[in-house]
Design a protein around this ligand. Structure first.
Ligand SMILES: N[C@@H](CCC(=O)N[C@@H](CS)C(=O)NCC(=O)O)C(=O)O
Length: 203
């Protein structure tokens, strides 16, 4: 299966981590999103014109949430917790991230290079941080539902983004953030993201 990803694309990283949770070795096709012709390149792999997308061989899936659901099916449920109420919460939290936190996304773009810490928060960012902290406080630890799953895949990239802007939670939320930052899947994803960038520079 071929996973098409983009440089500096957090959605692509989430999809890749989900593929790891499903223990599926995907071939990664990297598109440099800074190239002038990147859009036409993406359209060769996704009708939506966005990354990530997965070519399964007989069909194509686009959008990180749809991909995560596919990886969950492929692995017969490895990405979600076993209890129905926990699955409902997991789905809610992933959907919330997928469609929300717009201010953080806009004002704190993902970066693999050091960035200036965010010292002043406007109200919008502050409200989003309060909400994320309350989500992190729900963690059963070390992961959201004890063992690693889809919520950790989605929120680990956010935990990393917060860290680079100097935002570290205290208490239980901080323990969960640390646990995500120390997660081998996140570390591998960040290393991989760096290599995607390097390979696009060499092209
Ligand atoms: N909701 C989509 C978002 C996908 C998305 O916005 N991808 C960005 C990269 S992170 C992209 O393809 N950007 C290229 C463009 O906007 O032309 C998902 O979860 O897959």
């Amino acid at each position: 299966m071929k996973l098409t990803v983009g440089t500096d694309s957090t959605w692509s990283l989430r999809a890749w981590i989900c593929s790891q949770l499903a223990e599926l070795n995907v071939d990664v096709n990297v598109i440099d999103l800074t190239n002038s012709d990147y859009k036409s390149e993406i359209y060769k792999h996704s009708g939506a014109g966005l990354v990530p997308s997965l070519n399964e061989g007989t069909f194509v899936i686009h959008d990180s949430l749809a991909l995560a659901e596919f990886f969950n099916e492929y692995s017969e449920g490895a990405l979600y917790p076993k209890s129905q109420s926990e699955r409902a919460l997991a789905r809610s939290l992933c959907s919330e991230l997928h469609s929300g936190f717009m201010n953080l996304r806009a004002q704190c773009p993902f970066s693999l290079k050091p960035v200036a810490p965010l010292l002043k928060f406007d109200n919008e960012i502050n409200n989003e941080l309060i909400r994320i902290e309350s989500i992190f406080e729900l963690a059963q630890l070390p992961f959201m539902f004890n063992s690693a799953g889809i919520v950790d895949a989605f929120y680990s990239i956010l935990a990393f983004r917060l860290k680079i802007y100097g935002i570290k939670f205290q208490g239980k939320a901080g323990t969960y953030q640390e646990s995500l930052l120390n997660w081998s899947n996140l570390k591998q994803a960040i290393t991989l993201a760096q290599s995607w960038k390097n390979s696009s520079i060499l092209k």
